[in-house]
Ligand binder design. Structure first.
Ligand code: SF4
Length: 331
């Protein structure tokens, strides 16, 4: 019964304009390399960075390391409204995250509800350290469709190896609080997803993590390979299935196409429109939301970027550490 309700609720998010646009974009993706003609089409997947500030200090994250060299700020609510308004007619998926912790945003709940109101499948990824009984209820009330919770260890020792500054017990408790609030409000959304970055310190407890998460009320557990910038050997798990790297080198070569680049863009907290979540320093902006979201994503800068992805030998420098290009992303 729950399955059919979810299915029906997803169908209600579709409009004829969105379906036609989705098909056009996928046709373009499969034909670019044959025709060698690139067009920059409006994406159907948008990520907005509500905060470039975080409360943790994760050692492989530019924000956690204090290495982000752009402004540390919260997105203006007016920027969020403007970009989602322009994206929504052809858009399908709205991600409420990029760098930083979105729940720190003082207007988080107001912004989070924009996507569901516009019938966009809306996803939050959070370190979950700020979730308590009160805001768990408010999170469910926003109507968002998926909450991804970063939980990288059962006990504090394994957890804080990566999530420096977080408390494991609070993060696991947040799953229970969300599941309870969802039940009390008789909602079918959000799906509660636990995501674990597999590393040397937690790889022997993956079964335990999965059982614990499901027992607390999570709908699913994803195990993800880690993106590593430095000290590779200190983090790489022994299980090759969860490694993007052999020593410091990526395991595979770029594959010269990227649906993510064609179907999505990211808007940083200061309103810059970026190619994807791998442009963490916002060095490849296509322009600012204030100057027009649609005109910028259809503009020359994005077209040139997409040409580099689809038609050049080596793709783009930002693709060098990306599982999308390397196809070694494991669940
Ligand atoms: S870094 Fe490159 S391959 Fe990865 S998502 Fe971005 S554009 Fe695609």
């Amino acid at each position: 019964m729950g399955f059919y309700l979810k299915y029906f609720s997803l169908i209600k998010l579709l409009t004829l304009q969105r379906i036609i646009h989705f098909i056009r974009l996928h046709l373009l993706h499969v034909t670019i390399r044959l025709t060698r003609k690139v067009r920059s089409i409006v994406p159907y997947n948008l990520s907005i960075e509500l905060s470039s500030i975080c409360n943790l200090k994760c050692p492989q994250c530019p924000v956690g390391l204090g290495q982000i060299n752009r402004s540390q700020k919260f997105m203006e609510p007016s920027t969020a409204h403007t970009v989602v308004d322009q994206f929504a007619p052809r858009g399908m998926v709205l991600n409420l995250y990029f760098q930083g912790e979105s729940l720190l945003h003082p207007n988080f709940f107001e912004i989070a509800s924009i996507g569901p109101k516009k019938k966009l499948y809306t996803i939050l990824s959070t370190n979950a350290t700020l979730i308590n009984a009160e805001n768990a209820k408010k999170l469910i009330e926003t109507g968002i469709h998926r909450i991804i919770i970063s939980a990288d260890g059962i006990d504090q020792e394994a957890y804080e190896k990566y999530r420096i500054g977080g408390v494991a017990e609070n993060v696991w408790k947040s799953i229970e609080l969300l599941a309870t609030a969802k039940k009390e409000q008789r909602k079918i959304w959000p799906e509660i997803i636990v995501q674990t970055l597999v590393n040397k310190h937690n790889e022997n407890t993956l079964d335990e993590i999965k059982k614990h998460a499901l027992r607390l009320g999570a709908n699913k557990v994803n195990f993800k390979t880690m993106q590593i910038y430095q000290n590779h050997e200190a983090w790489l798990p022994s299980n090759k299935k969860f490694r993007r790297y052999e020593s410091e080198n990526l395991i595979k070569e770029p594959k010269n196409k990227c649906l993510r680049a064609l179907s999505g863009v990211v808007v940083s907290s200061d309103g810059e429109i970026l190619p994807c979540c791998h442009d963490k320093q916002a060095e490849n902006s296509f322009g600012k939301v204030a100057d027009g979201f649609v005109s910028n994503v259809q503009g020359e800068k994005r077209k040139e970027f997409l040409k580099t992805i689809y038609l050049s030998e080596q793709m783009h420098p930002i693709c060098k550490n990306c599982p999308e290009a390397m196809k070694v992303y494991k669940k």
